[in-house]
Write a protein that binds this ligand. Structure first.
Ligand SMILES: C[S@@+](CC[C@H](N)C(=O)[O-])C[C@H]1O[C@@H](n2cnc3c(N)ncnc32)[C@H](O)[C@@H]1O
Length: 423
């Protein structure tokens, strides 16, 4: 298969990419209007101001917002075009990814299942009938789990002995309430590896951290420790919640920027930093809208060696800014790509919104990262039951990383020559 030297993805990987590259069949700007960003990863210093960056970088046209009415095929539905009072609403504006810059196409890695095994402070004990039974440190909890579609294995008695049961909205971010067998405090001290943080009973069925993320924490920690950049890696944790990933990154030697819209979540993060004994580590805690923050970082010319994002399906920024995953994800990923440093080690998205398939996320990340080479790995995060062979699927992830030094031999010939810029 010949490499597509015009910056698009090879036919095998992406199908009919040619019309995208030429600007036909897309509402984005035509390729002739867009200067190549192919060299935008070369020679740009981390943290450099825009004026110090390569001209190719500055000239790369970001995606544009296209009014839905511009797109002949996408007529608004009746529901969309009339408000509650029958008044016409503004047509929705959709983000259209710009044509990809020239450069190597990421290799598509095989689908991966990243399974979190139990540790002394966490175990998935049983699941079934839409619920899961978990041990969190000193407590056994029952929480709704739409993906636990089988039957429980343990006796009903074991479930009845649980210390707390959450009931409420089945939506991931939906409210509900905890019912306790005996009075419990709001928080408990827990840890992963030797990193301490708080577990907590929240009104949204969460418990202050997401155990399946442990697979990402371990992977990220290794990646940061092996980064050898000659300076601390810079990590951006968007939609960072209570900050466990931020702590893991800081412990691994990174300078961390943690962004979340919720003052409460950021306060949890700061409390966790103190409990972990990492007060001296450089973590910037920022209450902001994730999209606005990234757009500001583009303008300021700040770049990161690793980006994590774990956005909800729907959310709001501190000033009411709306976040809609299915409408805004392409724009967000494309904006994040623009603040990846030339030495970037990872760019990881996790999504609990299961409306999309893993393949849809894989396609999007490949499209966004075309021009950067490297590898796109996509799969699901799972939790292994403590006793038994079953595993609970929790979320989809997709992540980009550069090639590893010893990886070239396994790469198709046409990519092998191009990868060195990322090594
Ligand atoms: C699913 S949680 C993230 C979980 C976290 N990554 C972890 O593993 O612990 C989603 C977070 O997104 C935040 N959020 C929602 N809308 C936001 C927005 N527009 N900008 C920034 N953060 C937002 C919420 O406050 C919440 O803390």
């Amino acid at each position: 298969m010949a490499a597509n030297k015009r910056g698009g993805r090879p036919a095998k990987a992406g199908g009919n990419r040619d019309n995208r590259k030429s600007g036909t069949g897309r509402s984005g700007p035509r390729r002739e209007e867009v200067r190549s960003g192919g060299s935008d990863r070369a020679g740009r210093k981390p943290g450099a101001r825009p004026s110090e960056q390569s001209s190719a970088r500055r000239e790369f046209t970001p995606g544009r917002i296209v009014k839905q009415s511009d797109r002949s095929a996408a007529k608004p539905s009746k529901k969309e075009s009339t408000g509650k009072q029958g008044r016409a609403e503004e047509p929705k504006e959709l983000f259209v990814l710009p044509p990809r810059p020239k450069g190597p196409v990421p290799k598509r890695a095989p689908f991966q299942l990243m399974v979190t095994k139990p540790w002394d402070h966490y175990a998935l004990l049983d699941m079934g009938h839409g619920k899961k039974l978990e041990r969190y440190g000193p407590y056994v909890l029952v929480r709704p789990e739409p993906q636990a579609m089988g039957s429980p294995c343990l006796d009903a008695q074991v479930w009845e002995q649980a210390d707390a049961v959450f009931s409420g909205d089945l939506e991931e971010e939906g409210p509900g309430r905890w019912k306790y067998r005996t009075a419990l405090g709001e928080t408990w001290q827990t840890h992963w590896d030797d990193l301490s943080f708080y577990g907590r009973f929240t009104a949204f069925r969460h418990v202050g951290f997401f155990p399946e993320q442990a697979a990402h924490w371990a992977w990220m920690e290794k990646s940061l420790k092996n980064a050898y950049l000659g300076r601390p890696p810079r990590v951006l944790n968007l939609f960072g919640y209570s900050g466990v990933a931020s702590l893991v990154a800081a412990r691994a030697g990174a300078e961390v920027t943690h962004v979340d819209a919720s003052k409460k979540a950021v306060a949890y993060g700061k409390e966790n930093q103190i409990l972990a004994g990492l007060e001296g580590k450089p973590i910037r805690w920022i209450v902001d809208d994730a999209m606005k923050f990234v757009q500001r970082e583009i303008r300021r010319g700040n770049v990161y060696d690793g980006i994590l994002l774990d956005p909800p399906k729907f959310g709001r920024g501190p000033k009411g800014e709306v976040w809609q995953l299915f409408e805004m994800l392409p724009q967000m990923l494309d904006a994040c790509r623009q603040i990846l440093s030339p030495q970037a080690r990872f760019f990881t998205l996790t999504a609990y919104a299961m409306r999309a398939s893993y393949a849809a996320f894989d396609e999007l990340m490949l499209e966004v990262m075309t021009g950067q080479g490297g590898v796109v790995e996509t799969g699901e995060l799972m939790i292994a039951e403590e006793d038994g062979d079953r595993r609970l699927a929790t979320s989809i992830f997709t992540r980009w990383r550069p090639f590893k030094k010893d990886e070239a031999s396994g790469i198709e010939a046409e990519n092998a020559g191009e990868e060195s810029q990322n090594v």
